[in-house]
Design a protein around this ligand. Structure first.
Ligand code: SF4
Ligand code: SF4
Length: 151
């Protein structure tokens, strides 16, 4: 399967990171973004491309992507920490302030972290987006959590 991956360096503040592995027609990432920040070059099977200047880091595409392939990363949260946001579909739902083990996309533990916030607005179609705070050197590795409750 072709890998449609786009990881770009952050300018400032939260920014979408697209790590898409779908090579089938799929476009919720483009249709949900009010900023028109995600487009395809060529056909719908092409690599989703992010315009960093347009992205506000709102996270709607994180919730709407059926492949769970979009994240929001704020690399400049503090001198030592970054924020990583991802969709979370398991129960029990993590809570803000909870200590967690951050994992990579394969579920392998990467580092310790803290739940920064959990949001589930109507605009996210019921999908919860969890944001965690981790050491910034892991910004490109961490894409989920393994809670101490084993979720
Ligand atoms: S985070 Fe928001 S503004 Fe950025 S690409 Fe996704 S939907 Fe668009
Ligand atoms: S919605 Fe998700 S899976 Fe579909 S093309 Fe966009 S990034 Fe890939």
């Amino acid at each position: 399967m072709a890998c449609k991956t786009e990881i770009k360096e952050k300018k400032r503040g939260p920014l979408a990171v697209i790590e898409c592995t779908e090579d089938i027609p799929c476009n919720p990432c483009t249709t949900c973004c009010a900023q028109k920040a995600i487009t395809f070059e060529g056909s719908i099977n092409s690599l989703p491309k992010l315009d960093e200047d347009k992205c506000t880091g709102c996270g709607i595409c994180v919730a709407r992507c059926p492949g769970m392939a979009i994240f929001v990363v704020d690399r400049e949260y503090s001198e030592t920490e970054c924020l990583v946001s991802f969709p979370h579909e398991f129960l029990p739902m993590p809570q803000a302030g909870e200590e967690i083990v951050a994992s990579d996309r394969q579920g392998k533990p990467v580092c310790a972290g803290t739940v920064h916030r959990v949001v589930r607005p109507e605009s996210f179609d019921g999908t919860a987006v969890v944001t965690i705070k981790i050491p910034k050197e892991y910004a490109d590795q961490v894409r989920g959590i393994r809670t101490e409750r084993g979720v």
